[in-house]
Design a protein around this ligand. Structure first.
Ligand code: SAM
Ligand code: SF4
Length: 329
């Protein structure tokens, strides 16, 4: 699907649930999370139907996300069905890893192509402070299990918060001994993330540069579906990546759209723009009608976000009011 800015949209991120077993301070509130009634969440058949129609329109890669996707039962089965869908080339998953260990074998059997595991700190106290839960051990267990399946590419995602206890160098060193890429995601001003300053890529390079061996820009084959740029570090098995939506805006190359767990098709992370696909499906719409609504949404995909930009403009326009856990990141 080519949008009005000439961008080839071939990547769909699907949030399969708004629920999560962690409460990361920059993503979800501690108390009073209002969960969506289950009947309003897309059922497996509905997700599959939307994906089939999307594949006919040109979507080739699918990422399953949440909330925490692994709290939804039947995820390996969903992966398998998506992998068998004509047109779909890659299915990947992003998870906090807490429930991964027991499901890993089934995901491998289902043909999962890649896994992103979120891990903001290797320090137990710091992790507890960030996630408001004591689950670092189970996340490690998930990572260890995932490393047993080298055919599934593994990436660690870390959001720097600007607190020294997070010890970002220690997180980066995971890529020394293990074949994992460690990626630092700049804090985005979405939902509760607006209350955090985060750490820019330039600051981060300074921090990592003090402890990591020499690194240089990686110029090889692309390592994923998105805007991450990578560095090679001398003696490291994996690479170090940066996803810097604020300091290095990449909207010109945006290749993605997002489906919320309630079936709302979002065309930009920052804006509420999109269309309610659940309404089309549950209203008895045909595949052709569904396609028309998807293309209509795409025709309005914003040129780009204005993170860190004109705050007055952000207020006056239709920016997103949902939390990241409701969108899927
Ligand atoms: N629960 C899963 C996980 O944590 O990987 C999937 C959903 S989570 C919303 C997806 C990713 O978004 C995580 O890596 C998380 O750290 C990141 N994230 C959440 N809020 C963010 C924000 N305001 N800015 C940047 N990344 C954010
Ligand atoms: Fe849950 Fe992921 Fe948000 Fe953390 S970042 S609260 S694990 S959805």
């Amino acid at each position: 699907m080519i949008d009005r800015c000439g961008r080839n949209i071939d990547y769909l991120r699907i949030s399969v649930t708004d629920r999560c077993n962690l409460r990361c301070i920059y993503c979800m509130p501690e108390e009073g999370v209002q969960h969506v009634e289950r009947s309003l969440i897309l059922q497996e058949e509905e997700i599959l139907r939307i994906c089939r129609v999307m594949a006919e329109l040109g979507i080739r890669k699918i990422k399953l996300t949440g909330g925490e996707p692994l709290v939804r039962p039947g995820m390996p089965r969903l992966v398998e069905k998506l992998k068998n869908m004509p047109g779909i080339e890659k299915v990947t998953l992003t998870t906090n890893g807490v429930l991964l260990k027991d499901q890993m074998r089934d995901f491998a059997g289902a043909g999962l192509d890649g896994l992103n595991i979120s891990l903001d700190s290797l320090d137990a106290d710091c992790s507890r402070k960030i996630t408001r839960r004591d689950e670092l051990g189970r996340t490690f267990g998930g990572i260890e299990e995932a490393l047993k399946y080298p055919e599934i590419s593994l990436k660690i995602n870390c959001v720097p918060l600007g607190i020294p206890e997070q010890d970002l160098c220690r997180v980066a060193f995971l890529a020394q001994d293990h074949k994992v890429h460690v990626r630092f995601i700049e804090m985005m001003p979405i939902g509760i993330g607006k209350e955090f300053r985060g750490v820019s890529e330039e600051e981060l390079l300074g921090i990592l540069g003090k402890k990591l061996p020499r690194f240089s820009v990686y110029e090889g084959e692309p390592l994923g579906n998105g805007p991450c740029h990578y560095y090679e570090v001398e003696g490291f098995s994996g690479k170090i990546g940066f996803i810097s939506a604020v300091s290095h805006k990449f909207c010109g190359e945006c290749n993605r759209i997002r489906l919320t767990s309630q079936g709302f098709l979002k065309t930009c992370l920052q804006y509420a723009a999109g269309r309610d696909l659940r309404a089309v499906i549950r209203g008895g719409g045909s595949d052709e009608e569904l396609k028309a609504v998807i293309l209509e949404a795409l025709s309005e995909k914003p040129d780009g976000h204005i993170f860190g930009g004109n705050l007055e403009k952000q207020k006056e326009d239709k920016t997103e009011k949902l939390c990241m856990s409701q969108i899927g990141g």
